[in-house]
Design a protein around this ligand. Structure first.
Ligand code: ATP
Length: 492
């Protein structure tokens, strides 16, 4: 909260013409502005009331549209010593006429008029002609201590008996990454069902938080079902993750000992061989939420929107931290940057800087099928703690993967199945192929009205499957050669 106050003051003093505060917490922004603006008159425009006095919001100066409101401030004299707050205007910014009127005001300010335009909106829309006049400010997420204070206030206001220190810690952690408004709503909701706050409410809070994150639209909170036990093989990678989890979970002690905060891992390689599975299992191992970043959704159509989205995603992940930020299909976002796409290069630069400087407990797991097109800067030491490549499973790994998937569906049949026979028949199969084979065999046995899955049933399903290496042999060979020449660590 104080950080954003300071930022706003600094920008206003320095004469930045348009500050764009990206938030839906209008009340909070109002109180900050009221706090810091001392010597200027403040006016506001919003869709429902029009042109109003900022402090006394019921005082409507004129019930006019945004177009007319902007005319009011179109001369040096009228604009001097004014702070103009614009709300609900993301939609109007797409209109050339409005954008050009705002630009006119911005130019007056750049020309020495003492004034500031502040746009408050939950959506960032920056028309190209305003790009160089606008500075985006993200609202800071609140700290764990502040969350604790909100919980304590809530408890005393509702007259509830206190909660234990342990539970207060747990509750505040589960509410991290939410705004003050959302936290208050969730506490009220949790309290309303049975008149108390207890561990039973954590499930509800998790569900609601998942929804809120989904609504923000850039990150998805993935429910954790998989553990390290669901992964057959990939022993090196699993061991590495287990060791990192020790540091991550005991970071206070580790830091005191001189250990740096783990940054993250890049897992590259053959499709269907457990990369995503490892991202999910890592979150279970680290005992933190898993947030998936969808690179496709990050790319916006307005100038600065993609960077804004990346900043938002990173800020949200850091606010929720400790967490794992899973960047799926990394190559989709950053491949071919050398091709000169300006937005992707800028996005990439921002991401690199963040990875380089990151000290928060946000552990990045990036997964990619093909990294040959990724820019070399990303693969340099210091960005990720390690880069692993995942190949098709070898004989021993295939045996383990078969065991896992058969045991999941038919635990009673595992011991009577000849796993060696299955391994012999599946050279070149991926983990996903094996899962598919087991699924097919189980379904066929059921449809045939039999009550037991046998080795022969699975062999038949194998014979009806085209393995991954059959389908993309050449690509896999090239990929393998490339990984070996780069000396990435093998996950197996
Ligand atoms: P893609 O690049 O296509 O996203 P991926 O490498 O991320 O593939 P996963 O999504 O992890 O592949 O694997 C797909 C499915 O295959 C998993 O849900 C899992 O059931 C099975 N699978 C793959 N590898 C393994 C493995 N090593 N052990 C157990 N199951 C596996």
């Amino acid at each position: 909260m104080n950080e954003i106050k300071e930022k706003l003051m600094r920008y206003m003093d320095a004469g930045f013409p348009i500050l764009y505060i990206n938030t839906f917490e209008e009340d909070k922004v109002d109180s900050i502005i009221e706090d810091i603006v001392k010597d200027s008159e403040i006016y506001e425009w919003n869709e429902s009331k029009g042109y109003i006095d900022f402090k006394n919001k019921t005082e409507v100066i004129e019930d006019c549209d945004i177009d007319m409101m902007l005319d009011v401030f179109s001369t040096r004299e009228l604009l001097d010593r004014k702070v103009v707050i614009l709300k609900d205007i993301a939609y109007y910014l797409e209109d050339n006429k409005i954008a050009s009127k705002i630009k006119w005001i911005a130019r007056l300010i750049n020309d020495g008029v003492d004034a500031t335009v502040i746009i408050v909106s939950s959506r960032v829309v920056i028309p190209q002609e305003l790009e160089k006049y606008i500075t985006i400010i993200e609202m800071d997420y609140i700290s764990r201590d502040e969350i604790k204070r909100i919980i304590s206030n809530f408890i005393s206001e509702s007259g509830m008996s206190g909660i234990s220190e342990d539970f207060l810690n747990e509750l505040s952690l589960s509410l991290k990454g939410l705004t003050e408004f959302e936290i208050e709503n969730l506490l009220a909701l949790s309290y309303a069902d049975d008149g108390q706050l207890d561990r039973n409410d954590l499930g509800l809070i998790f569900d609601q938080k998942q929804q809120m994150i989904r609504k923000a639209g850039i990150l998805e909170m993935i429910p954790l079902k998989e553990t390290i036990k669901d992964i057959g093989g990939l022993e090196n990678l699993k061991k590495w993750l287990s060791r990192k989890s020790i540091v991550f979970k005991n970071y206070d002690k580790a830091e005191e000992f001189g250990v740096a905060m783990p940054k993250g891992v890049l897992i590259a390689g053959v499709p269907g061989c457990g990369k995503s599975l490892n991202a999910k299992a890592a979150a279970s191992l680290f005992e933190v939420p898993l947030l998936r970043m969808d690179m496709g959704r990050l790319m916006g159509k307005y100038v600065g929107e993609s960077e804004g989205n990346l900043r938002k995603a990173i800020a949200l992940a850091e606010a929720i931290s400790p967490c794992i930020l899973w960047i799926d299909e990394l190559e989709k976002a950053f491949a071919g940057i050398s091709g000169g796409n300006e937005v992707t290069s800028r996005l990439f630069g921002n991401f690199l800087t963040w990875m380089q400087e990151k000290t928060s407990s946000t552990f990045v797991v990036a997964t990619a099928n093909n990294i040959t097109k990724l820019p070399p800067e990303l693969l340099r030491k210091g960005r990720f703690d390690e880069i692993f490549y995942v190949d098709l499973p070898n004989d021993r790994e295939r045996e383990k993967i078969f065991r896992i998937h058969i045991a999941k569906r038919r635990p009673m049949d595992v011991d009577s199945i000849d796993l060696n026979e299955l391994v012999k028949n599946t050279s070149g199969f991926s983990g996903a192929d094996i899962e598919g084979v087991v699924k097919d065999a189980v379904e066929n046995v059921f449809s045939d009205g039999k009550d037991k899955v046998t080795t022969q049933d699975i062999v038949e399903a194998i014979q009806n499957t085209h393995s991954l290496s059959e389908i993309m042999k050449e690509e896999l060979d090239n990929m393998r050669k490339d990984y070996e020449s780069r000396r990435f660590k093998s996950a197996s």
